[in-house]
Design a protein around this ligand. Structure first.
Ligand code: GTP
Ligand code: MG
Length: 200
């Protein structure tokens, strides 16, 4: 898929104030600093569309970016950046939960996981919560430029093994990406394009 246009539309913390056009949207979620905003820039080939930072906690609101005038990419704040670890509902800001619970236009979420890390409880809990709320999602492994091909394969395999051993009957759809090299760009965009065609 070609990205002909990518424009910032609105930021807010209230799901009721998100754009109300009935067009599909895809939301990027995951721990702070995992690379959500960088991935949006990589996919759209716009370096400064979404704001990124080396420090966790950069994205603080729900950000809508309109793509090709036909669908939205949504950048969300990260979770897991609380000094004291509390239950998911407490650490996770309420408006994000509300976004996922109430956003009719949301077609699928992408849960981003840093390829270098072992499975983390907060991500597992969050994916379980998505499942319980019947919100479709895929996993996007990020920062794969930091590992060698063999290690990438091993990490992905181990991750999916943990998921299927614990909660999930089937491993979710997953992508391997790097915002530094552009790896995975075509795959993620084609996946979105395919869904957009199906729901037309
Ligand atoms: P919050 O908005 O704070 O939740 O973070 P985020 O998930 O949006 O992360 P962001 O895109 O701001 O990136 C965090 C840091 O990781 C930045 O320093 C990025 O340059 C770096 N980063 C993101 N993606 C990649 C990647 O694919 N490879 C490498 N090497 N670094 C990356
Ligand atoms: Mg961000």
């Amino acid at each position: 898929m070609q990205i002909k246009s990518a424009t910032f539309v609105i930021s807010n913390s209230d799901v009721k104030k998100c754009p109300n056009e009935p067009i599909p949207e895809y939301a990027f979620i995951g721990r702070s600093n995992v690379g959500k905003s960088s991935l949006i820039n990589m996919l759209t080939e716009r370096k400064h569309l979404a704001k990124t930072s080396g420090k966790p906690g950069k994205t603080q609101l729900i950000n809508h970016f309109k793509i090709n005038e036909r669908w939205y990419l949504v950048d969300l704040p990260g979770y897991g950046y609380a000094k004291v670890s509390k239950k998911l509902k407490n650490t996770f800001q309420k408006f994000i939960t509300q976004y996922f619970e109430h956003r009719q236009q949301l077609v699928s979420a992408f849960v981003l996981i840093d390829i270098r890390h072992e499975p983390q409880k907060i991500d597992m809990e969050f994916m379980q919560w998505l499942g319980e709320n019947q919100i479709p999602f895929s996993i996007i492994f990020t920062k794969v430029d930091k590992l060698k091909p063999k290690a990438i394969e091993r990490q992905v395999q181990q991750y999916l093994e943990v998921m299927t051993a614990e909660i999930w009957e089937e491993a979710p759809n997953c992508f391997v990406t790097s915002s530094s090299t552009g790896l995975g760009r075509e795959e993620v965009l084609n996946y979105i394009d395919q869904i957009n065609q199906e729901i037309k």
